[in-house]
Design a protein around this ligand. Sequence first.
Ligand code: FES
Length: 204
Amino acid sequence: MSHDPKEPRLPAHACGCGANLNRRTILQGAALGIAGLAGVRPSFAQDAADAMPPQAGDFLVSSLGTTPLSPEDIRLNSNPTEAWAMSPDGVVRSGEFTNSILLLRYEADALPPESAAMAGDGVLGYTLICTHSGCPLNTSLDGELIACDCHGSRFDPKSNGKVAHGPAKRKLPQVALAVADGKLVIAKGFDSRIGGDSVGDDDR
Ligand code: FES
């Protein structure tokens, strides 16, 4: 997702950039509206599962689908693919914007050992949320780096999301991935806190 911070989208995101809704959220909102008109309400259990962060054993699905992704679905040495975790019983955890995951794929033997340890057949997974002040990251790479257009931070996806250029000071939270029966799965949830560190400050 490429995000122009000047373009407002509702509801407003905590970083002040105006971003929050994505295509799945909009579709879910439309579906809930229709359900409400029909007198149908989703269960609280479903709501809670939607909002849970990615869990070990979850599959990964694209922003628009519910078919578990395989490593080959992620373009090699290319821009990130935006994805969500989906529980084994089919609940897509898109209830919280901060659960969104960026997937990038490399040749497994081209990754340094510390990144290879977090990869599923060369696929790496990072939060969509910048650690500076919480803007959504750009889904187009800047060279080989994950970029944030809000204040210019850059993160190295091949080095566990470490900061390549500030103002961000903290690496990107990362999920550990694995492959089971040809499908990408979460081996371990995010390794650090999701969100910006400078929300409420002057954000520079
Ligand atoms: S929010 Fe990403 S650089 Fe400031």
